[in-house]
Ligand binder design. Structure first.
Ligand code: SF4
Length: 375
């Protein structure tokens, strides 16, 4: 099977942008009627020319598909930041090595304290995050962190630096179920500008990481781009292409897609483009139609009002009560956070709101039970 890079090369950025921008109302209508979208149909559904009526239609189809595939359930998870030390100079990130902030890597005792606090809130699904500083938080550190956290929750995912296949195999052996790895932007030139130094400046190494994770047997892999960094139309197109590629190549693995929009962070980076609420809604619905079985994730970067409104349109996983600094759940002071969150409701409030809207908040990843793993 061809690599994702080879597949990407078949969809040049200028051509895709032109395809999205030149979609006619008739082409959008045709795409909306197809039982399964081609990549050309998907491009049409990302068009800024989409009318309100067409947007309502796409939203209604996204709602029905999600209900049919996932029922009325939302998996709740919590991010647990282990370290904000980082050797990369990503221009948009609060943890960039250029920023002067309080740096911290949690000890195992501190990790346990955070995991216990999250468990007490109800969480059984935790996402562990680090920057990229292997001497402070490398593979061995992550193995120990995963063992510690696994004693308090059923499912652990990672959002950390990209690894070789052997590194991912070690993570699977330690008990990791899932991996999230955003390409940030699929535009290689812009990527070079935004990642001027550090290991993350290697675009290809990062692009190939989800395939290495799939080969290692991770059973959930998440991709996405940071909306606002570059041209959101092509970045969402490529995120969909990437997810579809992984879903076909690693058919036992569940693929998830996130669509984080830029939030204020230390360093004051200004987004290159603004993704409106209407556009974000359109993107989520188009992705649902492209990959009916993909998990779609919405974090606390978004406001409570928007999260509530997007609920029925395809979202399957949400974070709640999040803190984006290492040790932030146990400490009062949130020095050294990665970005500011926008939905400040507690996990209990979030669960209540979901129930009031007819959804079951799911705290536990039931797949683990089938694999006879601890929970
Ligand atoms: S985005 Fe990740 S790699 Fe880049 S500076 Fe932030 S933590 Fe480091």
């Amino acid at each position: 099977m061809m690599t994702f890079q080879q597949q990407l090369d078949k969809y040049p950025q200028a051509q895709i942008r032109e395809q999205v921008l030149s979609a006619t109302p008739q082409q959008i209508d045709q795409a909306l009627r197809r039982p399964r979208l081609s990549m050309e149909d998907f491009a049409c559904l990302l068009s800024p020319q989409i009318s309100d009526v067409q947007l309502e239609l796409i939203a209604s189809r996204a709602h029905s598909i999600t209900k049919q595939r996932f029922g009325r359930t939302i998996l709740l998870y919590a991010p647990l930041y282990l370290s904000n030390e980082c050797h990369n100079g990503c221009k948009y990130c609060g943890f960039s090595a250029d920023n002067h902030l309080y740096r911290k890597t949690l000890s195992l005792a501190e990790i346990e304290r955070e995991a216990k606090l999250l468990r007490a809130e109800g969480f059984r699904h935790m996402l562990l995050l680090t920057g990229e500083a292997p001497e402070a938080a490398g593979i061995e550190y992550l193995e120990s962190a995963v063992h510690t956290v696994k004693t308090h929750c059923g499912s652990v995912s990672l959002e950390v630096f990209p690894m070789e296949t052997d590194g991912y195999k070690r993570m699977v052996a330690a008990g990791v179920d899932g991996l999230t790895l955003y390409q940030e932007t699929y535009d290689p030139e812009l990527y070079r500008e935004l990642h001027p130094y550090g290991p993350k400046s290697d675009y290809s190494y990062r692009l190939q990481a989800p395939e290495r994770a799939g080969e290692a047997g991770l059973r959930r892999i998440g991709v996405g781009s940071l909306l606002g960094l570059g041209d959101c139309l092509t970045d969402v197109f490529y995120s969909g292409l990437h997810a579809l590629y992984l879903a076909r190549r690693f058919w036992r693995t569940q693929v998830t897609i996130s669509f984080p929009r830029m939030r204020p962070a230390e360093g004051g980076f200004q987004p290159n483009s603004i993704v409106t609420d209407r556009q974000l809604t359109q993107f989520i619905c188009a992705l649902r139609l492209l990959i009916p079985d993909a998990g779609l994730i919405l974090s606390t970067r978004e406001s409570s009002e928007l999260r509530d409104n997007l609920l029925p349109l395809g979202i399957t996983q949400m974070s709640a009560g999040s803190c984006t600094s290492p040790g932030g759940y146990g400490d009062d002071d949130n020095d050294g956070e990665q970005f500011a969150i926008n939905d400040h409701r507690t996990p209990a409030e979030m669960a209540e709101i979901l129930q009031a809207r007819g959804y079951d908040p799911v705290w536990k990843d039931w797949d683990s039970a089938f694999l006879n793993k601890a929970c």
